[in-house]
Each structure stands twice: as C-alpha cells, then as structure tokens.
Design a protein around this ligand. Structure first.
Ligand code: GLU
Length: 486
C-alpha cells in the first residue's frame, strides 16, 4: 500500500442506523485500524427534506455505542472539514467551476418543461431504450451564468470506463449508457455522485466501501475523478444483507436499527462480530474479539454472495461474547436492567459480582443477567407459583429446617463445607440429594432452576440462606394445613 489508508463512512441522516450500514462502516473501520489509517465520518445531508438532526444524533450515538470511533468527522473535527455536506456548498461550487473551466462540465439552462417535453417525445417513439436527456447546452457557451442553471457533466460519448472492484473484480460500463448527469442543481445543491466525489477527493479517501446498490454510481464517479485529474480510489461494493427468506433484510425479519440491539441487551462486540461474519470469513472461526477482527479482516475474504441474517447464530455469538466479559463489566451493564426490575443496586454490588460467574454461563442477553440476578439481590425472592406448589409440600418442611440448621453451623460458610455437611446429613438420613434439592432451590431462589445450590447459598451468605430456608419450611408446613382444610 503506497499511501496511508484513509477510509470513510458517509451515511445519509434520514432515519436510524441500519445494521447493513453498520457492516459497511465496520469493514472500513477495520481496514483503517488494521493499517494504522484514518477513519472519516461524513454526514451526507444535502437532501434537506429527508435529513434530520435527530437522525444525525442517532447515527453518532449508534457509532459511539458500537465503539466505531472516527478520527475525523462531526464533533471531533479534522483538517478536511466541515464533515457535513450541507456546510460544504462552496467547495462543490468551486469544483464545479473547475470542471466547467476545463471543459468537463457545462452550465445547462434547460427548464423542467423542456426536459419533460424531451421525455414525452422519447416515450412517443415507442422505443424500449431508456431516456437519455441530450442537453442543447452541451456545446453552447452563450448562456448567462446569472440566470438559473444546473451544471452537467459532459460525459464522453464514446468508449467505456472500467474500475476494479475489490470484491467483484473488473466492472466495465459503456459511456453511451450514461447521460450528461447533473453535478449541481440550480439551487447550488450537489447531486450525490458529485458531492461524494468532491468530498472523497478533498478528504483524501483511498478506498470507498459501500453497499452494492451504489455500483451503478461508481462509473460516473470514476469519470468525475478522471476529469478532476484526481487519483481514483479503490472500491469495495458489499452485497446487501438478506433476511432468511432471501429478501433484503428489513423490519419483517427482525431488529434493523443499532439502537434496538442496544436496548435488547446485545453487546457491541457481539453485534460487530456477527456483522463481520455476514459477508466475510476467516476459516471456520465464528467468534472474534475486536482485536482479532482488526488483525484478520481483508477485502479478499469478503464474499460476493449476500449474507443471510440468522437470529439464532446472532444469539450464539452474543452468548459467547457475554462469557468473555469481565464480571465487573457485566455487573455495570446489568445495573440499569436491574433498576428496571425495581432493584436498586450499585454497579459494583458484592452480591452481583459474586453471583456473576454462576449466572454468566446461563445468560445470553444483558437482561438475562438481570433476570438471573434477581433473587440474589431482592429481599424476598419472587416465587414461581407452580414451583412453590410442586416442591414446598409438608414433607419438605423438616428437610428445609435441617438444611437451615446445617447452614447455621457450617464453618466456614462456603460451598465445600456446605457440600460436605449436607452429603453427610443425607447419608445419615438415608435421603438422596434429589429429595431435598428442588425444595431448597425454590426456598433460596423462588424458582425451579438456578445455579448449584451451594453456589447460590455461598453468594447469598449464611444469614439470608438460613432466613429463606426457614421461611420456606414454614410455607411448606402450612401447605399441609391448607391441604387438610380443603
Ligand atoms: N450517503 C450515501 C448512502 O448512505 C453514501 C454512499 C457512499 O458511501 O458513497 O448510501
């Protein structure tokens, strides 16, 4: 690679950040980070009707949450700003003038009505060929620049242009299929192809990655680079993300916006890992840390085939990433979800930290952590009615009392001591673990499924364990009188 890598992500702020867009941003970001290059974020907001500040905020928030940090762009600035197209209109004007002066573009004074009349005349011929507007101003220089006009590119009439796509290989398009496209409207606003190229040139972009819906735009863009005498960057056009039914991934298939994944409790690294694999591979490896993605990513291993969204695989990747996180990180992430359950605990609550190693393997999304932590931090565990009814029966009461007694006496109060004491007691009583395990589980957690009993007890501590076992013994005993009275 001769020049330093400079890549960009150029979203149009007309909604949320779609996960397909994130994949484009991710690949560029990985490429920049892999080569110690620069990742530029540019907001393409010249469509005033569709662009909103709210959408810009959502895009920036989503990028921050994902940890796709930009070296130049909104908020952080940089030497090639401004980074919003709506603030760069003078740059587009300057470049349009350059192209007019060099004979690569011209002022077109054709009115809407004239263009419509040409379109109608074309339709009247009954031809199946697409309409190509032939502006009478292509060769005229007698217009008055103070009159409203657009600026059109003077597309060569003959020959063709070829560019080599990093993913698809060479793509050749004949010039005769490209009309004299508009660079600047009479309002001074650039059309996408022109704004994009002027920005990519002035921002020194060396590789342009985007969705393959833009392939059709790339030939006109290459023509503009050449007319400006600017080096043509590399291009990588990524296939669309598809839903399981093979149609373009949309709301019908699942969550599409980054913020939805955040709110569902996915980890940013899991989202990036999953998206990276949708269209790129490194042998059979499925789970990648961010550092591994940076190390291994390359365009050569991006597929031509669109990746299909697979929610199960996404959850698998998420679960793997959850397991890779330090307990303290997960405790902090779980905190807001605990708060939403009415459990006001500190991000470094000792019970949460102590329980984390046991609930981590049983959780996938962050709210699962909160769900699995609930009874560890709630004063009185919420009881699953069915489980209580099934297991807190009169004959369980003496077992629960005996367990409370053993817990009261265990010295020290840890898993090994509890295990040894309970095992010895079961043997003396001629009981099996299965006779007491489920009632004890319901007593301690309110549920019929939990981590190991002694693990739960150690985390809860002596006092809470004893209190819960005795309360459940009482409840079990009373189940008898209720039963008898019925
Ligand atoms: N604003 C365009 C889009 O969001 C950018 C395309 C490109 O990266 O050139 O589709």
């Amino acid at each position: 690679m001769s020049s330093p890598v400079r890549v960009r992500f150029a979203p149009s702020p007309s909604g949320y950040l779609h996960i397909g867009g994130v994949r484009t941003a991710l690949y560029s970001w990985l490429w920049a980070r892999k080569h110690g290059g620069t990742f530029v974020l540019r907001i393409e907001d010249t469509d005033a009707e569709r662009s909103t500040q709210e959408s810009v905020d959502v895009i920036l928030d989503s990028m921050r949450w994902l940890g796709l940090d930009w070296d130049e762009g909104p908020d952080v600035g940089g030497p090639n700003g401004p980074y919003r197209q709506s603030e760069r209109l003078d740059v587009y004007k300057e470049y349009a003038e350059k192209l007019i002066a060099s004979g690569h573009a011209y002022r077109c004074y054709a009115t809407k009505e004239e263009i419509q009349a040409a379109r109608d005349a074309h339709a009247a011929t009954g031809t199946k060929d697409g309409f190509v507007f032939e502006s009478p101003w292509r060769e005229r220089t007698d217009g008055d620049p103070s009159e409203p006009h657009s600026v059109r590119f003077k597309t060569p009439r003959e020959g063709s242009t070829t560019f080599v796509d990093q993913i698809r290989g060479p793509i050749e398009v004949a010039h005769e299929t490209i009309q004299d496209f508009i660079l600047l409207r009479n309002t001074g606003l650039p059309l996408y192809n022109f704004g994009c190229v002027v920005d990519d040139v002035t921002m020194g972009i060396t590789l342009v990655a985007r969705g393959d819906d833009h392939i059709i735009n790339t030939t006109p863009q290459v023509l503009i680079y050449e007319a400006l005498g600017a080096p043509v960057p590399d291009f990588a056009h990524l296939p669309m993300v598809l839903g399981p039914d093979g149609k373009r991934f949309s709301k019908r298939h699942g969550a599409v916006s980054v913020t939805e994944y955040r709110d569902l409790g996915y980890l940013p690294d899991a989202v990036l890992n999953y998206l990276a694999r949708l269209g790129w591979g490194h042998g059979d490896q499925e789970v990648f840390t961010r550092a591994e993605l940076v190390e291994h990513f390359d365009w050569a291993h991006c597929g031509k085939q669109a990746g299909k969204y697979d929610p199960k695989k996404f959850l698998f990747v998420q679960a793997e990433h959850l397991r890779m996180q330090p307990d303290a990180t997960l405790a902090a992430l779980a905190q807001p979800f605990l708060a939403a359950r009415g459990l006001d605990v500190a991000a470094d609550d000792a019970r949460v930290l102590a329980a984390m190693p046991y609930i981590k393997p049983r959780s996938t999304l962050i709210p699962d952590l909160a769900e699995n932590l609930d009874y560890f931090v709630r004063d009185v565990p919420e009881q699953d009615e069915k489980a209580a009814k099934k297991f807190l029966k009169p004959d369980a009461a003496p077992h629960l009392r005996a367990l409370a007694e053993l817990a009261q006496q265990a010295q020290p109060f840890d898993q090994a001591t509890l295990d040894a004491a309970v095992t010895a007691w079961l043997e003396t009583e001629g009981l099996a673990m299965k006779n007491v395990a489920q009632p004890a589980r319901v007593a301690l957690s309110g549920r019929s499924a939990s981590p190991g009993l002694f693990e739960v007890m150690e985390v809860l501590g002596r006092e809470v364990s004893v209190r819960r076992l005795l309360a459940a013994a009482e409840q079990a005993a009373q189940a008898e009188s209720a039963g008898a009275g019925a």
